[in-house]
Ligand binder design. Structure first.
Ligand code: SAH
Ligand code: SF4
Length: 472
C-alpha cells in the first residue's frame, strides 16, 4: 500500500531534548526548589504502554518526578485508546474528573493524547466540552511532545495537534521503562489490514517497520541492562519488513535477536493468522530464547463472519495453522481474541465460534462484545441481534473459555517448570509473581531477591487465571 515513509531525524529528536532542558530550567526557576511531578495515565494496548514510556522519558528529561495522584501532579498526560467505546467512555469520565485537581492547582497542565483523539470527532468533542484539557496530540505527534508542551505552557491558547500522517518513524527518543525485568520493544507501527470493525488503521496510519539494525541494537541494550523478557510489538508482526524491501522478515528478526548473548526470552504480539507462516513456526522452534507462546487472534469461527470482517482466512485454514504450529512446538501456549456480536452474526454463526474454540482448546481467550467504531465499514452493516442476545453469547463463550483454561492449568499440577520471577504481588501467602516460558502466571512464596531470575518451581495448585507454586 502506497504511503510516504517519513523518518524523523536524530537531530530533530535532539532538538526536542533541547526543549526538555529549556522546560526544566523554566519550571525549576518557578518552583522554588519543590520537586515537580507528572502523572501519565495509560489506556489500551501494549503499544500505548510503550508510547507512555517515551512520554515519561521526555518528562524525566524535563526534570519531572512521577506520581499516580492527580492532586499532586503539575503535568497530567492521559494516553488514550479508541479500540472500543468502553475505553473511550472511561477516558472521558476520568478527564471530566480532572476539573477537581485543576481547581486546586490552577497551573496544572492537562494533555490528552493517543488513538482516541486522533479521531476528528473526538478531538472536536474535547475542544467543545472539556475546557480543562490544555493540549491534545495524536500518536503521530508523540516525538514532538516537548515542543507541544512548551507551546502550551508559554502560549495563551489551548494546543490541538492531530494532523493525519500515515508513515512516520522516529528513532532515538528517550524512554523511561516501567519495569526492570520485562520490556516492550516496538518493531513496527500502524496497520494495513483494515479489518472492517477496527479503528486502528485509521488512527495509527500505514504499516511501517523499524530497521532491523535499530531493533537489534535496542534489544541488545535491554539485555545488557538486565531485562529478561522482551516483547516485540506490532499490530501484525508477521508482516514485519515488507515495507523495507531489505529481505529481513519477522522470522529472520527473531533469529537475529535470539543470537544476542544472554539468558532472556523473546515474546511477540500480535500475529495475524493470515500471515503466520511455517517459516515462523520453524524459527520459533529452533530459537531457544523464543518463548513457546503464540497469541493468534481468530475473532470468529464462522467463515461468513470472517469474510465480513475482512480477516483473510477461513476457520479451516486457521485450524490448520494451529496444527502446524503445534507440530513444531507441542508445548506451545496459544491464546486468542474473539469478537462476539459482530453485525449480522446469527446464533448458528456464534455456535461455529464455540466449536472452533473447543477444537483449539486455547490456554486463554480475550473476548469482547463488538463495539461500533465511527468511520469503519462494519458501523453501517445491518445488525439485528439485541444487546441481550450478544451478552448471552458472550457469557456462554466466557464460561467455555474459563473451563478450558482451568483444565489446562490443572495439567501443570505436580510438574516442575522453569519460570521468570517478575515482581511482587503485595499478598502475604503468595508474595511473588512469575511467568512460565509460555507466559502463564505463577504465584509463589519466596525471597524478593529472586525477582529477575529464572528458577524451577513445583506447581501445587491452579485455577482458571493462574498457577500456584513452590520454589524448588
Ligand atoms: N492488531 C491486533 C489487535 C488490535 S485490537 C490484531 O489484529 O490482533 C485488539 C483486539 O481488540 C482485536 O483482536 C479485537 O478482538 C478487538 N477489537 C478490535 N476492534 C474492536 C471492536 N470494534 N469491537 C470489539 N472488539 C474489537
Ligand atoms: Fe485492527 Fe485488524 Fe489491524 Fe488488528 S489487523 S489492528 S484488528 S485492522
Amino acid at each position: 500500500m502506497a504511503y510516504e515513509r517519513k523518518e524523523i531525524s536524530i537531530d530533530e529528536i535532539r532538538r526536542q531534548e533541547g526543549i526538555c532542558a529549556e522546560i526544566r530550567d523554566a519550571v525549576s526557576a518557578a518552583s522554588e526548589g519543590r520537586q515537580l511531578l507528572a502523572m501519565v495515565d495509560t489506556y489500551g494496548c501494549q503499544q500505548n504502554e510503550a508510547d507512555s514510556e517515551k512520554i515519561r522519558g521526555y518528562l524525566a528529561e524535563m526534570g519531572y518526578g512521577f506520581t499516580q495522584d492527580e492532586f499532586e501532579a503539575d503535568v497530567i498526560v492521559v494516553n488514550t485508546c479508541a479500540v472500543r467505546e468502553h475505553a473511550e467512555m472511561r477516558v472521558l469520565g476520568n478527564v471530566g474528573q480532572l476539573n477537581h485537581s485543576k481547581k486546586q492547582r490552577p497551573g496544572q497542565m492537562i494533555a490528552v493524547c493517543g488513538c482516541m483523539v486522533q479521531q476528528e470527532h473526538m478531538a472536536q468533542k474535547i475542544k467543545r466540552s472539556y475546557p480543562v484539557v490544555d493540549l491534545v496530540f495524536g500518536p503521530h505527534e508523540l516525538w514532538r511532545f516537548p515542543e507541544l508542551l512548551q507551546k502550551t505552557m508559554t502560549g495563551k491558547k489551548r494546543v490541538f495537534a492531530t494532523e493525519r500522517c500515515d508513515g512516520l518513524v522516529a528513532e532515538g527518543m528517550p524512554s523511561k521503562r516501567d519495569g526492570t525485568v520485562k520490556a516492550w520493544l516496538s518493531i513496527m507501527y500502524g496497520c494495513n489490514n483494515f479489518c472492517t470493525y477496527c479503528v486502528v488503521p485509521y488512527v495509527r496510519g500505514r504499516e511501517r517497520s523499524r530497521r532491523p539494525e535499530d531493533i537489534v541494537a535496542e534489544a541488545r541494550q535491554l539485555v545488557e541492562a538486565g531485562y529478561k523478557d522482551i516483547t516485540l510489538l506490532g499490530q501484525n508482526v508477521n508482516s514485519y519488513g515488507k515495507d523495507l524491501g531489505g529481505g529481513t522478515d519477522f522470522a529472520d528478526l527473531i533469529r537475529m535477536i535470539n543470537d544476542i548473548p544472554g539468558d532472556f526470552l523473546i515474546r511477540f504480539m500480535t500475529s495475524h493468522p493470515k500471515d503466520a507462516t511455517e517459516k515462523l513456526f520453524r524459527t520459533m522452534a529452533e530459537c531457544k530464547k523464543c518463548a513457546r507462546q503464540l497469541h493468534l487472534p481468530v475473532q470468529s469461527g464462522s467463515d461468513r463472519v470472517l469474510r465480513a470482517m475482512n480477516r483473510g482466512y477461513t476457520s479451516g485454514e486457521y485450524l490448520k495453522k494451529v496444527e502446524l504450529a503445534r507440530s513444531y512446538m507441542p508445548e506451545l501456549v496459544i491464546t486468542t481474541d474473539i469478537i462476539v456480536g459482530f453485525p449480522g452474526e446469527t446464533d448458528d454463526e456464534f455456535e461455529d465460534t464455540v466449536k472452533l474454540c473447543d477444537a483449539v482448546r486455547y490456554d486463554a481467550m480475550f473476548t469482547f462484545i463488538y463495539s461500533k467504531r465511527v468511520g469503519t465499514p462494519a458501523a453501517s452493516m445491518p445488525d439485528a441481534a439485541t444487546r441481550e442476545d450478544k451478552q448471552r453469547r458472550f457469557d456462554r463463550l466466557l464460561d467455555a473459555a474459563n473451563r478450558v483454561s482451568a483444565e489446562k492449568h490443572a495439567e501443570y499440577e505436580g510438574k516442575t517448570v522453569r519460570v521468570l520471577v517478575d515482581g511482587e504481588t503485595g499478598k502475604p501467602e503468595y508474595n511473588l509473581s512469575s511467568r512460565t516460558n509460555g507466559g502463564r502466571l505463577v504465584h509463589l512464596k519466596g525471597d524478593p531477591k529472586l525477582i529477575g531470575q529464572f528458577i524451577d518451581v513445583k506447581i501445587t495448585s491452579s485455577n482458571t487465571w493462574a498457577l500456584y507454586g513452590e520454589v524448588e
